[in-house]
Design a binder for this molecule. Sequence first.
Ligand SMILES: [Zn+2]
Length: 143
Amino acid sequence: MRDQVRWVSDYLPSDRPVHLLGVGQIDDIIDLVKYGVDTFDCVEPTRLARMGTIYQIGKARYGAQVSSFSVQIEITKSLYKNNFEKVDVDCECYVCQNFTKSYLHHLFKQREILSYTLATFHNLWVMEKLFEGIRKAIGKDLI
Ligand SMILES: [Zn+2]
């Protein structure tokens, strides 16, 4: 996919935005921005959230050097049952400021619809922070 996007990007008008559907993995996004993709549209962050996969922003800061952004946890695993830390100690979203991993684990185990809402809110927050970092990096000619 990366090779195809890189190849086709040479033929696209540089004065027009480039939108790519169906690509939502964070590592893919970071690479494809380098090839000129401006916008993305994908269910990945919300679908993963509904399944209990929570992005970890602390491991995901987007700086001068792109490292592995896509570190995530499976909140449904039993190791989070009695984990009273914030969902992500480095995240400033509403979920992480107000709820623990244990609480989110409990909500998922009880199949409370609030679990999907909270996990989705957090994952979308992380995606927003990713794109904020990408925009800053572009502004500094780091990409
Ligand atoms: Zn959060």
